[in-house]
Write a protein that binds this ligand. Structure first.
Ligand code: FES
Length: 105
């Protein structure tokens, strides 16, 4: 899947925002999903399945849960469905952590 930016109104300036992903600042544009910001930043995966396979966006519409991560302390947020807000603190998850009943890392 390729990134699909949410367009602003014609002539309207894009409003920048910043989120942190595992402690690293990532610049984005208001109106985009967290997945959109990660993809635009060149990151195509942010989770690892139990098999070790990388996971990021698969369906892009909130069905597959491949894109889950933790946002502001809330685990299992679908990155493709969550519109980013300035200052969001995002941490990636692993399947191993979920299997242990833990979130994050
Ligand atoms: S990519 Fe499928 S739920 Fe987000």
């Amino acid at each position: 899947m390729s990134p699909r930016p949410v367009r602003t109104a014609p002539g309207a300036p894009e409003r920048p925002l910043q989120i942190t992903v595992d402690g690293d600042p990532v610049e984005g544009v208001a109106g985009r999903s967290i997945a959109g910001i990660l993809l635009a930043a060149g990151r195509t995966s942010w989770r690892t399945a139990r098999s070790g396979a990388p996971r990021g966006v698969f369906c892009g519409i909130g069905v597959c849960f491949d894109c889950v991560l933790t946002v502001n302390g809330v685990p299992d947020v679908r990155a493709c469905r969550r519109r980013a807000t300035d200052g969001d603190v995002v941490t990636t998850q692993t399947r191993a952590a979920a299997d242990n009943g833990e979130a994050g890392a």
